[in-house]
Ligand binder design. Structure first.
Ligand code: CA
Length: 879
């Protein structure tokens, strides 16, 4: 123990002498690095500081033992682009325990200091940021009158474990420091969604094709079911139809509210008490009912919804209808738990009511962004309400092409399109509970109700018939994604157009299951799984432009993180290419229909109103699959020939980082013709970050002029510029409230100067241009041209012999069309990565500036990250 300490001190001393570290402020990060993407947390969109390279201060920090080597802290590891599995394997093999995926391209991870160091040196890691306690609070947390708060706490680790704790404010702050805690949010208060009265829709097209729900089992969790006992006391419309009635957490199975009985009747009531006139959409389906009413008027919903759904699934249900929610537009633990259940089981379609907050302020205009958790979940079918056709009941149900005023509108807080679908939900006539007298009379067997609560079971009935269509007519067991894709593909635009926060993808329309010739319906029921970079092509032949061509892609996504402000994890892209080569991107409904890619939704549609006859290529691509592989369903409807889909090529393998071939160094030294070195640095600073400045170093090897030019994008932000000489004396500054800030300094001393860019107020991305006259007598310039190709020749190497301390400045110019991207890496003579330039493809040229402290051989790697391109490389380094 003693010995070890002594050695550490010795190394530290020699290191200091050798390096002559200037007495600079803490937090110096040599080299430059551009961060490409934000990290989207509910606490805010953060731009992490670059991963410190294993440079001077880092080594000091390690020697001084700033962290306990065994303690595992929580970090956000951001990767340089769409996630490939081999990266995750490399992170794990170095000891990082990966947790939730955080957009963009990042994971939560527990690591000890050694692991952190090893992870930071990986060339696909762009940053490692501390996951701070302040990231863990929901902004919806409120304390009660007693000063205490009840928290729903998401824990680190697989399976989405959580706990509930009631604590005081001070204890919340203590909990936030716990590296096992990911996020803390309020415990939801669930409500049923009914408030007005109404009528029923029919589904004659399906009924006339003998689809009535026979053999299908549906689950409903609601206030109770009529008498609560499955015998002759049960409402006659439901008698003989109930497979099971469960009481959840002691709830009464008898329905003293009336909501549960009404909902059940809309889904599968037989109409026995009205000679079949008032019946549900799947009038021969079986029911598994879960009573959840609590005596205090609330709902007894299990904390993890998987408990609820597992029970219904075990009893045979494959469609589950839920007309309740928390009223909060957030992707919270509840929403996550639904997504997790569907991801893990992938055999039950779950529908949730969107909520009734569509005009909560009563001004007659829609209130957007009012969708209610868990309808905010990605893998559910979120149901809004359109108006029923019962003009005698008033304006609430006199226009079938209007969304009901009360129906909660999208989008979700992260901009995902919701609701998914609308179905009539106003003035719905359905079964009345015998235990809830006076709930709005029609007669003593039926009553009117309105709400997205009513639209949801009608939609669940439609999904049940779609499921029966696949099982009975086609012999296929449809995945939830196929049921959702079929529902969405068949939906009727009510005139709102696409995309719409009011109608979602339109109004439920079962007639599309049985289209009139020449229209046909084709589908893929999760036969393919894609990883990042994987592609699957389909070809469909359109024979007539008289029928719209509609292509719907839906996937059951991996559950998102409660701390992330974007819920999407696995991101597929849909592209349709017409006979004339015109491309259409999923969910891009504005001309030219192909200039944006959807990065939010797990539903993508392309609708072509009058498709020119010919072959259409439908491409599904895995853009970023951090938790894959990802399966999907595809539904295509249109006037299509009977030609079978063309054989498609096998999915393209993931372009994973190839092992470095032993490429011979290509020495291409060229005589320097320039006396002026022009370096551009870009970055981002925020005055509210702990480190609100960035330091750059330049070496002046002969007296001459140094010109600095700093400009930035955000006009309200104020950045300042300072210049320090080799003795660490401030020799120039530009700190007015001006943009740009400019310094022109006549440097008479030679040696290493330091440039400081400081965020005085606000935050901005900036560009710093350094113009400097250098003596070529003491600086070597290596220029080279070459070509790298991610498939055939991904890497080229160059050796630089550095003669003295100074700054290595490297620029690589390349052609970035087709998103080709080239990165540069600098290694020392021991083969350790010392600096890297890994900015995104649109930042050309790629550059890095790295101060070298020792002479010797350095190796420069030029690497194709994506695509292929010719490049020009120039390296300026001390001779
Ligand atoms: Ca996408």
């Amino acid at each position: 123990m003693y010995m070890r300490k002594k050695i550490a001190v010795l190394i530290l001393t020699s290191f200091l002498i050798f390096c002559t570290v200037p007495a600079a402020p803490a937090g110096i990060q040599p080299g430059s690095k551009i961060i490409q993407d934000y990290i989207y947390l509910k606490a805010g969109k953060i731009k992490p500081e670059p991963a410190p390279f294993p440079g001077i201060l880092k080594q000091l920090e390690n020697l001084l033992g700033s962290g306990n080597a065994k303690t595992k802290d929580l970090y956000i590891i951001q990767l340089k682009g769409p996630v490939v599995d081999s990266w995750k394997e490399q992170l794990s093999s170095r000891g990082a325990v990966l947790g939730d995926y955080i957009p963009d391209f990042a994971f939560l991870a527990q690591m000890n200091p050694d692991t952190r160091k090893a992870v930071e040196s990986l060339d696909f890691v762009t940053s490692v940021a501390v996951y701070k306690p302040e990231y863990k609070y929901s902004n919806q947390l409120k304390s009660g009158a007693d000063g205490k708060t009840t928290l729903k706490i998401s824990l680190f680790g697989p399976g989405g474990k959580s706990i509930v704790k009631t604590v005081t404010g001070a204890m919340i702050d203590e909990l936030a420091k716990d590296s096992n805690i990911v996020f803390m949010e309020p415990v939801p208060d669930f409500k049923i969604f009914n408030d007005k009265a109404g009528a029923v829709i029919g589904a004659p097209a399906a009924w006339n094709n003998s689809l009535q729900g026979q053999g299908q089992v549906v689950g409903i969790a609601d206030t109770g079911l009529d008498s609560g006992v499955n015998d002759s006391s049960m409402h006659r419309d439901l008698q003989g139809r109930v497979k099971a009635i469960y009481s959840i957490n002691g709830s009464s199975t008898a329905d003293t509210n009336g909501h549960g009985t009404h909902v059940a009747g809309s889904l599968l009531g037989s109409g026995a008490m009205s000679n079949g006139q008032v019946k549900g959409i799947a009038p021969q389906a079986q029911l598994v009912f879960q009573a959840v009413a609590s005596p205090n008027g609330g709902l007894n919903i299990p904390a993890d919804l998987a408990q609820l759904f597992s029970q219904a699934y075990t009893a045979g249900a494959r469609v589950h209808s839920d007309s309740w929610g928390s009223g909060k537009n957030t992707y919270d633990y509840t929403a996550q738990s639904v997504d997790r259940f569907i991801w893990n089981n992938n055999d039950m379609a779950i529908l949730f009511a969107a909520g009734n907050n569509g005009d909560y302020n009563g001004d007659g205009y829609p209130n957007y962004g009012t969708i209610s958790s868990p309808a905010t979940a990605k893998n559910v079918i979120a149901v809004g309400a359109s108006e029923n056709n019962r003009p005698e009941m008033g304006t609430i149900s006199d226009n079938i092409n209007r969304v009901a005023f009360f129906s909660s509108r999208g989008n979700t807080s992260d901009g995902r399109l919701k609701p998914d679908i609308v179905t009539p939900g106003s003035s719905i006539l359905s079964t009345e509970s015998g235990r809830a007298p006076g709930s709005g009379p029609y007669n003593n067997a039926y009553t009117y109700m309105s709400g997205t609560s009513m639209a949801t079971p009608l939609t669940a009935g439609a999904v049940t018939l779609i499921r029966q269509y696949y099982t009975d007519k086609l012999g296929v067991t449809p995945k939830p994604s196929l049921l959702k894709a079929t529902l969405i593909n068949g939906a009727q635009d009510m005139g709102y157009g696409y995309p719409s926060r009011d109608q979602g993808w339109g109004r439920t329309n079962l007639a599309k299951l049985f289209p009139a010739a020449p229209e046909t319906l084709k589908f893929d029921n999760e036969s393919i799984a894609l990883s990042t970079g994987g592609v699957k092509d389909y070809t469909y032949t359109v024979t007539s432009s008289g029928t719209p061509l509609k292509i719907s892609l839906v996937w059951t996504d991996y559950p998102g993180s409660t701390t992330a402000s974007k819920a999407l994890v696995n991101d597929l892209d849909l592209t349709v290419t017409g006979p004339d080569g015109t491309a259409y991107h999923g969910n891009d409904f504005a001309a030219p229909f192909n200039d944006s890619a959807d990065r939010l939704n797990n539903v993508e549609n392309v609708f072509i109103k009058s498709p020119a006859p010919g072959n259409y290529r439908v491409t599904v691509k895995g853009y970023n699959i951090p938790n894959g592989p990802q399966k999907y369903s595809l539904v295509v409807s249109g006037a299509m020939g009977s030609i079978a889909p063309a054989p498609s090529p096998a999915p393209v393998p993931v372009p994973s980082p190839a092992p470095s071939p032993a490429t011979e160094p290509t020495p291409a030294p060229a005589p320097s013709l320039t006396q002026t070195v022009n370096i551009t640095q870009t970055g981002y600073l925020s005055s509210t970050n702990t480190t609100k400045y960035k330091l750059f170093y330049i070496d002046v090897n002969q007296p001459g002029q140094v010109s600095l030019h700093l400009k930035w994008g955000a006009t309200a932000t104020d950045l300042d510029l300072y210049l320090f000489d080799p003795a660490w004396v401030q020799v120039a500054k530009s700190n007015a409230k001006a943009n740009p800030e400019v310094i022109t300094f006549n440097a008479t001393k030679t040696g290493r100067y330091c440039i400081k860019v400081n965020a005085y107020s606000g935050d901005a991305s900036y560009i710093l241009t350094i113009n400097q006259t250098v003596s070529t007598a003491k600086t070597a310039v290596m220029s080279a041209t070459g070509r790298v190709d991610v498939v055939s020749a991904p890497e080229k190497y160059y050796d630089l012999t550095v003669g003295t301390a100074g700054s290595v400045n490297i620029q690589v110019s390349f052609n970035n069309t087709n998103q080709s991207d080239i990165d540069i890496f600098l290694y020392d003579s021991a083969g350790t990565l010392v600096s890297k330039g890994t900015s995104p493809y649109y930042r050309v040229p790629e550059s890095l500036s790295f101060p070298v402290d020792k002479h010797g051989k350095y190796r420069l790697k030029v690497k194709a990250y994506r695509g292929a391109s010719d490049y020009k490389m120039q390296a300026v380094y001390p001779k």
